[in-house]
Design a protein around this ligand. Sequence first.
Ligand code: PMP
Length: 437
Amino acid sequence: QTHLLSLSLQAKMSRPVQARRLEGIDKNIWVEFVKLAATYSTVNLGQGFPDFPPPDFLKEAFVRALSGENHMLHQYTRAFGHPPLVKILAQFFGKLLGRDLDPMTNVMVTVGAYQALFCCFQAFVDDGDEVIIIEPFFDCYEPMVKMAGGMPVFVPLRPKAPKDGKLMSSADWQLDPAELASKFSDRTKAIVLNSPNNPLGKVFSRGELEVIADLCVKYDVLCISDEVYEWLVYDGKEHIRIASLQGMWDRTVIIGSAGKTFSATGWKVGWTVGPNRLLQHLCTVHQNSVYHCATAAQEAVAQGFQRELKLYGKPESYFVQLPKELQQKRDWLVQSLDAVGMKPIIPEGTYFLVADISEFKSDVPDVPDSDEPYDSRFAKWMVKNKGLAAIPLSAFYCGAHKNNYNHFIRFCFAKEEATLKAANDILQKWKREKTNP
Ligand code: PMP
């Protein structure tokens, strides 16, 4: 009897099951807010994905890959990237960067940009290494650095009030060069750069990138350059690749995503481009984790890029058309928000827009001494009471800084006209109720 009892106790396992590397990273904003949006929202401008279809040429390429004669497209392909895809990516990015790229050593395909990021941190970050992250940042950088044993070091973009009562632009959020420099030391292994930046839509200027590049060279630091929104820049702005600046190619991994590039986030095709001396270590992580990405999706993305290379810079190019359409959607949302007093920060890029909720605060009571940042409570209230889903800006700050910027929410405007109109209706009605309670 005693023997059986002790066996059953043993079977329960009393020692901790969770690895130390998971401590403090169990919460995930997307899991929480995607669920809230699914339960309550009538209009979802939260998570970043288009509610319009990808272009026909891309969908047709996928259908051909699945039902065409080449049944080998249903089987494994090359682990580090389907040959037609790495070949066209090498050609395409070779053209953009003005250098010859070897498809076999300068490109690696990943399961979305997410896995590309994961490979970078696992490949480069040792216990105790510091990684500089610019706030606000795409939230997964922090837990990924921690899982690799690294120490994230945060440096904020600081907003400057615009002159003459004009609307703020994402360009008004800037790094303080002295503050940035103070974060670099011989403990720094890498910096994560995300331009165009999610959530603000900031497109870093050449001058800003040069400041970062000079510090990377001075301190011999790697640059993990998340460029998933590279085609989504507005008002004639130019996306500058930091890898093209002096001394940077050798120390930069460029990360891209077919999800954002071709409006097909569910396909989860991403890539890395960089020098072999860096990419070979990403390959080591890749071959010992996911090993391989879905073949048919890679084939279709390869065909998408083949088309785009032929049409490069022409009006029919998707990379020309998509930002044109999105700029119009941005302007609609800017107008809707401005009209009701939810002041938008005009994004120079991406399909996100951050807006100031200060004027709506009276509708959502503050809870003094609450652990939850105010914007998070506001976003939850808004989806439950108004049916409109958005993401609190504090989600894009580290724990210690979440309350520094807690009166903004992020909207995604990669949405059909009808969706944006429905959002406008909700905002207008809300405003009317506020003025005539
Ligand atoms: N980086 C940034 C800045 C993003 O916004 C996203 C997606 N929201 C990703 C990476 C991940 O991209 P993917 O869906 O290709 O994994």
